[in-house]
Design a protein. Structure first.
Length: 532
């Protein structure tokens, strides 16, 4: 395969494409239309001037630096999906009416011809995409009080528009050469694209080539809801598009002066197809595995529901952040208020937290674990109190949260959406830029389950007097219930009354306080980071 011949074909295709009225319309819509639309909808002042009342509601376009780059990639991706169909069909039509006749006299193979066509068309679309991004970036830079992150434009180019370009080129090339009728090929392609684009994204968004139905928005503080899944989904269409491009060469009916290396093409196409299938199976496997795991957590709750529970009088927690996890210890004073003997003590702890030490009244005590259920082999008589100390560390398994929700609703990729933006759901953050832990994720031992699966309305509560000590790095602030006492690298939280549970958040916070009628109100917010 000659690179020189491929570049020659690409150069001719690019020249012919620039003369096309379809390309001119696409250029105007892709550069001027998208940028103007984003300017009108993203500027509150402009929106009000032109009567677009939605401008006041789109505050997140200013708050999140990834929203405007994502909107640009989203709109351009949708536009190129439609226009590539007509580009490819027009390209094939030109070839049949001998517009490319000078190339037929040259000894280029079908592979060189096809890759040259792809390079010429893809190169022009990429150039327009870059121009559209630069124009939108200029508008973004001059947006009042806007937050700008240039890397988001680059990220969405490589993960949204580029895989979309390869996929739509691949499927268009394949169908146009497979079905010899141009009108039928265009009709079939439009039906396929309309079906994929108009669908809600089957298999948790796996079948959505534009990635409209999966979370793709980045937060400055916590990043993406699940970046790994997003990249797997895009890899599916990148590999599938590349495979279809390789296979489309076999349907080019043209005699050449050189033999085609079909074995290499078959190997490359099959390899890309295997990559796409592997990425798709891995993507959907995440949800299948998560569903099975959540069902195991439910069954663990059901097996422990009939067992008598203890009451925790006082609970002292010492918390320390670690990379990708946490380390904590608990000192609990428990009491038997049931009026009868309790043969074993039931506690609940996140299944991803490993217990390194457990003592009862200062002595090592045997225990067993059933997912999130910890059963301590210790009899406690009516009215007795015991002191249990536990050390545990690890990460947080978010699947244990909100088990009363169906898995379909829990893993719904379209949840937490505003317009075209999908933010995704996370139940806990730990060991990252932000730590956010709530009682539902069982980040500390609890004597009562957060839910009662046998009867969802029969939820039990356990009021406990908590105290919390947090070791946090310099510059980071811990926030929790209770009155804080902040010292060098540590924060102490004390409570005057019992609570159902406590939460914890750690990040680089600023805060403002105001006292009204003897009551102090505190507002904590992320420190303002300087953009461009």
């Amino acid at each position: 395969m000659s690179i020189k011949r491929i570049i020659m074909v690409a150069r001719y295709e690019a020249r012919l494409l620039r003369r096309s009225w379809v390309f001119l319309i696409f250029a105007v819509l892709g550069v001027v239309g998208i940028s103007s639309f984003q300017f009108l909808i993203g500027s509150v002042d402009s929106a009000m001037e032109y009567g677009l009342t939605s401008g006041r509601n789109l505050w997140y376009l200013r708050a999140l630096p990834s929203c405007i780059p994502y909107m640009n990639a989203y709109l351009f991706n949708s536009l190129q999906a439609l226009l590539i169909v007509f580009f490819v069909a027009e390209m094939e039509k030109r070839a049949r009416v001998t517009t490319m006749e000078p190339l037929w006299t040259r000894p280029c193979t079908n592979g060189e011809l096809q890759w040259g066509r792809v390079l010429g068309l893809a190169g022009m679309v990429v150039v327009l995409n870059i121009i559209s991004m630069l124009v939108t970036l200029m508008v973004h830079l001059f947006t009042p009080k806007g937050s700008v992150e240039v890397s988001m434009y680059v990220f969405y180019f490589f993960t949204l528009t580029l895989p979309g370009l390869v996929f739509f080129l691949g499927i268009s090339m394949f169908v146009v050469h497979w079905i010899k009728s141009q009108g039928l090929a265009i009709l079939l392609l439009l039906m396929l694209i309309a079906g994929m684009v108009g669908s809600t994204g089957g298999l948790h968004g796996l079948l959505d080539p534009l990635a409209r139905t999966i979370p793709a928005i980045f937060s400055v503080e916590v990043g993406s809801a699940n970046l790994g899944l997003f990249l797997l989904q895009r890899l599916v269409f990148l590999g599938l598009g590349g495979a279809l491009l390789c296979f489309s060469i076999f349907y080019v009916e043209r005699l050449t002066g050189e033999s085609e290396r079909k074995n290499i093409l078959r190997l490359a196409g099959t390899g890309l197809l295997v990559i796409a299938v592997f990425a798709g199976v891995s993507y959907e496997g995440y949800f299948v595995k998560g569903g099975k795991q959540r069902e195991a957590f439910r069954q663990a709750y059901v097996r422990s529901e009939d067992k008598v529970k203890v009451h925790i009088l006082e609970h002292d927690i010492h918390f320390k952040e670690k990379v990708k996890g946490m380390e904590a210890s608990s000192r609990m004073e428990i009491c038997n208020k049931t009026g009868k003997e309790i043969p074993s003590i039931i506690l609940y702890l996140n299944p991803s937290l490993t217990i390194s030490r457990l003592t009862c009244e200062g002595q090592e005590t045997r225990y067993s674990r059933d997912e999130q259920v910890v059963e301590i082999n210790r009899i406690i008589q009516p009215g007795d109190t015991l002191v249990i100390e536990m050390k545990y560390e690890g990460g947080i398994n978010e699947g244990v949260c909100y088990l009363d929700l169906p898995d379909k609703e829990f893993y719904d990729t379209e949840a937490n959406r505003v317009g075209i933006f999908r933010f995704g759901n996370r139940q806990a953050f730990v060991g990252e830029e932000v730590t956010l832990l709530q009682p539902e994720c069982l980040w500390y031992p609890q004597s009562v389950a957060p839910i009662h699966l046998s009867s969802l309305f029969d939820r039990q509560v356990d009021f406990t007097r908590y105290s919390l000590t947090v070791e946090n790095a310099a510059g980071r602030m811990a926030v929790s219930q209770g009155e804080p006492e902040r010292l060098e690298g540590k924060t102490f939280f004390r409570h005057d009354h019992a609570l159902q549970g406590i939460s914890l958040s750690i990040a680089e916070f600023d805060n403002r306080s105001i006292e009204v009628d003897g009551t102090q109100y505190d507002i904590f917010f992320y420190k303002i980071t300087s953009g461009i």
